[in-house]
Write a protein that binds this ligand. Structure first.
Ligand SMILES: Cc1ncc(COP(=O)(O)O)c(C=O)c1O
Length: 373
């Protein structure tokens, strides 16, 4: 714990990679972009490769053991999800986890889709409730974040994930897994990859947290029969994606530097995750859904605090040096009222901060909780 705690502050709000990591990346990115432009020249400066830079599509396909034709690489994970939502019939029913990536929920609603929330457990989603929902509503899609879930940090068990896929397949629901945190596991274990067959599941991922948000690159893998339909939507939305970035990433992967960088990130973020787990266990036990094993987030449900005290709680935390916000936008709209009854719902991020700031921040948060309880 810090000695001069009055000089500390922390912003638990924005899930950004650490500045240290990005600085470590600078020489590799500088060299990589230069190499990409020199090697591919006008091929990456001109229109082209509508579905993504071919060598990168091939590398991703190889990693997931699928035909490269099924891989579409674009400008970030969110863009790929958005294009997929755009490709659905308007007013589709989409099942989402009770708390999910807020921007995905907002985007789906902008296309007129209806969201149906399903409860989360420390093992994944509540399968009994999921079955009831799919028996009742004609759902088109299930969207879930199975690895180090945003915002709860929950890591689905393999059994839970496979059960979700089985139910989706039986009911002809497109199962869309967002796996952007799969490689960011810091507890020394490796996440079991998702197997893709011809029916699906559909996968989407991003290099935002594993390389850099500024490079803005993500991809999706869809069934072969869906490629043409989705390609039409893409070609009418933005023609080609950012090709120099994709050429850089292809080379980064091929050279083995991407794997080295992932290893570096895991080592950098592990002590920070450990500090957060330690502090939460000691100071806010029972307020978070599961021990964090990777990713960028965990959530807190502060039972003793009324939602009417939202603004005052946030202001008080800020005054003591802790930036925090409620995470209601991340909650499925149909479950929001029920969640509000349980108390304040917050999302915390940790990879960008030193362990001592994290522990200090949680202790300040605990003080604020005591003030309002
Ligand atoms: C679950 C999830 N999906 C997608 C994204 C967005 O990725 P991108 O920046 O590549 O659009 C994020 C970003 O934080 C995320 O948490």
């Amino acid at each position: 714990m810090a000695k001069e705690s009055e000089n500390l502050s922390i912003n638990f709000l924005r899930g950004v990679p650490s500045e240290e990591a990005l600085s470590h990346l600078i020489p590799m990115a500088a060299e990589g972009y230069e190499k990409a432009i020199n090697r591919y020249g006008t091929e990456v400066l001109q229109y082209g490769h509508f579905l993504g830079f071919k060598p990168l599509r091939e590398l991703i396909a190889d990693d997931h053991h699928v035909d490269p034709e099924r891989v579409i690489v674009g400008n970030g994970g969110l863009e790929m999800i958005s294009l997929f939502f755009k490709s659905l019939p308007r007013e589709s029913n989409i099942i989402v986890e009770e708390a999910s990536y807020d921007r995905v929920l907002l985007d789906a609603r902008r296309y007129g889709h209806h969201l149906i929330g399903v409860k989360l457990t420390p093992e994944g989603i509540d399968l009994v409730q999921f079955q009831k929902i799919v028996d009742k509503a004609a759902a088109k899609v299930f969207y879930g974040i199975p690895f180090h879930q945003n915002p709860t940090g929950i890591n689905y068990t393999v059994d839970n994930r496979k059960a979700v896929e089985r139910i989706c397949r039986k009911k002809d629901i497109l199962c869309l897994w967002d796996v952007c945190y799969q490689d960011l596991r810091y507890d020394g274990k490796t996440n079991v990859p998702i197997e893709i067959s011809e029916w699906g599941p559909i996968l989407t991922s991003s290099f935002t947290k594993t390389i850099s948000p500024g490079t803005k690159c993500g991809y999706t893998i869809v069934p072969s029969h869906y490629v043409e339909h989705l390609s039409g939507i893409i070609a009418n939305t933005r023609i080609n994606p950012n090709l120099p970035t994709q050429a850089f990433i292809a080379d980064f992967i091929q050279s083995g530097r991407y794997d080295d960088y992932l290893k570096y990130l895991r080592e950098l973020y592990k002590p920070r995750m450990d500090a957060l787990n330690r502090a939460l266990n000691a100071m806010l036990p029972g307020a978070f859904p599961a021990a964090i094993t990777g990713g960028f987030f965990t959530s807190l449900t502060l039972g003793g605090i009324s939602v009417d005290d939202d603004a005052a709680f946030i202001a008080s935390a800020k005054e003591s040096g802790v930036g925090i916000a409620t995470a209601w936008d991340a909650v499925a709209p149909d479950l929001r009222q029920g969640m509000r009854k349980k108390g304040l719902f917050l999302r915390l991020t940790f990879p960008a901060y030193a362990s001592e700031n994290i522990e200090w921040g949680i202790s300040k948060l605990k003080d604020t909780v005591e003030l309002f309880s």
